[in-house]
Write a new protein. Structure first.
Length: 401
């Protein structure tokens, strides 16, 4: 994050300590080899050099303060005769101010650097001409000084501005990716909640029929039994009371799942017997391999029958949206403990756009249906085809255990 204040709010990080140490080492070497004005006193030149190295410790925590100290240090260095050691640290301070400073710092630093370079050229030309130098020599010296000022100011300011732009763009992309991840998670949760609510309503309609039958049968048994068998009458009465109470509580819970004011018409719940009609209406070249007999379908638990139908329906919908050209195969079978459902469709080519963009909610819903019944569902590529395979146990997990 860019620092927009003048004062540091934390200790210098390791990279700033390392940068200051490197600048100090390079400056010491430059002093040792004599890269400063011959008539300048080394002891005096070390004062602005030490000040600017200390300012380099604040390059990211307080870049504007560090730059201000750097400007004062290089000014003093020039008045004392000048040295390359101090200017090489100033180069880093200008760069750091553009990268870590306020957003507008790069623009005004770049403009200020250009002005300073041109001013240095003009001032030097005027001074040399006042000393009686020829225009040619004055221009050569002025261009050399102007280029030096440009390298020390304009170049780091330009580099820092470019780096800052890329840093800001990267931060925006990261924030966008985090937002997409949050939206995807919310969509996933919404899809799971909606699918579970739909399955809860369906299971309510299925179980409500059985409980109603128990309540009606119990009431009839009570009328027939009369007072001749008190123990039997008490047992039947208990069964009737529990069934009626279960119906009441279930309808109250389903009422909470439904949206308030939603008008949902009562419809007949489909099952695997309706897969043939589903295949005919799919709008695809579908081959149905149904190994279930009429007796098998009749003996299926209602929840399993409904879940199998919904899985086939959603798999065919996905095939219509995303599958490549070619036949689709639907296989219905049964083992000793489960009903198996398999839907295979051709994989689409890389250059083919889906007819309708998918959100992944269909796969979530199919897995939820299989999981709530204690079964399994897999969906993914299998060679050149996309395969959806589900195994739905004939007994609930509690009953099986």
């Amino acid at each position: 994050m860019a620092v927009t204040g003048w004062w540091p709010r934390r200790l210098p990080p390791r990279r700033d300590v390392g940068s200051a140490a490197a600048c100090a080492a390079v400056g010491a070497v430059l002093f040792a080899v004599g890269l400063y004005e011959p008539n300048a006193r080394l002891a005096l030149l070390l004062i602005p050099f030490c000040a600017i190295v200390g300012a380099d410790l604040l390059r990211s925590t307080a870049p504007l303060l560090a730059l201000a100290v750097g400007v004062a240090a290089v000014t003093a260095d020039l008045l004392l005769g000048g040295s390359i050691s101090t200017w090489q640290v100033f180069f880093d301070l200008v760069y750091a101010a553009c990268v870590y400073g306020p957003r507008g710092a790069g623009r005004w630093l770049l403009g200020g650097s250009v002005v300073v370079s041109l001013a240095a050229l003009v001032v030097l030309l005027a001074v040399l001409r006042a000393d009686g130098q020829s225009w040619r020599l004055a221009l050569q010296a002025g261009v050399a000084i102007g280029m030096t000022a440009t390298l020390v100011t304009v170049l780091p300011a330009t580099t820092g501005a470019v780096v800052r732009v890329h840093r800001d763009q990267l931060a925006e992309h990261r924030e966008h990716a985090r937002q997409l991840a949050r939206l995807t998670e919310l969509d996933h949760r919404a899809a799971v909640a909606a699918e579970r609510a739909a399955m809860a309503r369906e299971l309510h309609d299925v179980i409500a029929g059985h409980l109603t039958a128990i309540a009606v049968g119990s009431a009839a048994a009570l009328r027939v039994a009369g007072d001749s068998a008190p123990a039997l009458r008490e047992a039947v009465q208990l069964a009737r009371d529990n069934s009626v109470q279960g119906l009441t509580e279930m309808r109250a819970m389903i009422g909470l799942l439904r949206e308030s004011g939603a008008d949902e018409p009562s419809v007949t719940r489909p099952g695997l017997a309706g897969v043939a009609q589903l295949v005919d209406a799919a709008g695809l070249a579908v081959t149905l391999h149904d190994q279930l007999t009429e007796a098998d379908r009749t003996a299926l638990p209602t929840a399993v029958d409904l879940a199998g139908y919904r899985i086939v329906q959603e798999a065919l919908t996905n095939a219509l949206k995303h599958a490549g050209p070619g036949p689709v195969e639907v296989r219905l079978g049964r083992t000793a403990a489960a009903v198996t459902v398999q839907v295979e469709s051709p994989l689409a080519g890389a250059d083919r756009d889906p007819a309708v963009p998918g959100s992944g909610a269909g796969l979530i819903g199919m897995r939820e249906r299989a999981t709530l019944l204690g079964g399994t569902l897999t969906a993914g590529p299998d060679g050149t085809r996309w395969a959806v395979r589900a195994s739905l146990p004939l007994r609930a997990p509690e009953a099986a255990s």
